[in-house]
Design a protein around this ligand. Sequence first.
Ligand code: SAM
Ligand code: SF4
Length: 343
Amino acid sequence: MILLDGRSPSRGGAPLIDGFKRRISYLRLSVTDRCDLRCSYCMPERMTFLPKREVLTLEELFDLASGFIDRGVTKIRITGGEPLVRRDIMDLFAALGRRLGTGLEELTLTTNATQLAGHAEALAEAGVRRVNISLDTLDRAKFAELTRRDALPQVMEGIAAARAAGLKVKLNAVALKGVNEDELPDLISWAHAQGHEVTLIEVMPLGDVEEERLDQYLPLNTVRARLEQRWTLVDNDASTGGPARYVDIAETGGRLGFITPHSNNFCASCNRLRVTATGQLYPCLGGSERVDLRAALRSGAPQEELARAFEQAMTIKPEKHLFRMDERGAAPHLARHMSMTGG
Ligand code: SAM
Ligand code: SF4
């Protein structure tokens, strides 16, 4: 709290609109590339993490986020790596929470929930209302195999603590061939019984994970067809402006989202930018275009340099991404891991 107290918001500015007339209102801000799990589709066991000096300080993260809010960003999702492993991260949540109502409308996070039990109350106090929790299996042994850590009990505690603190929980599960594919209906039934929405995600070829990507890839149209044999799926046109397509499941009474990055179906309305923990702005998760915001922040004229960097980002945001997932043994589409860009 001490670090960020008294930091004042920067000046306002024109909204951020890219070359395809998409207005940017959503920032995904990664606060660390580190993590206490090692999900096999996300990173290898022996992952090399960044030296701490390369990572933005909490003050820099706050100033950056404020700069985006002043340019029309209304929603910020804190991500990583695992955001809750970063020391003093609650100071950033508290400081950004004070910007709710002054341009910022929603502050949220994506977490693996291993440390959520200890932070749920403080997050709610900071003004967080919803959390996305990544959970691919309810089977402890499978969880331990998939994440290479035996942490399912802590995750379940984290989910319970989030509910107790009044946070709305959405679960994200990556659909993985031969790993959790048979279990997805149980995961969905359980989540819906608890009142949690679920979103399924297709695995993306980001970063070398020492496993064959094609062996992990389970297209969601296959999953949907299987679910339709069991349940009545009713298309729901509710759009969050995000990449998911939703259905309501008549039998469970819950909502299910599908994120299918391989079909590009959400690029036309993409309103988001991603910033890594080192301050690299990636206007597209599937692209390598980037702008160095850390250099701007650490320059002699940060306000001016940031404004210039934002303008540059608007000119390089691509119309859409293209992931290839059809070639066995292929190099990753991008060398960058998802834990770098933030999910
Ligand atoms: N550690 C936090 C978590 O797991 O929720 C936040 C960061 S994590 C990189 C964000 C999301 O990215 C998670 O839901 C994770 O399942 C997903 N993810 C990681 N690598 C992925 C990949 N190669 N393809 C698809 N989703 C991936
Ligand atoms: Fe960590 Fe999240 Fe990546 Fe899993 S998906 S290794 S929890 S950053």
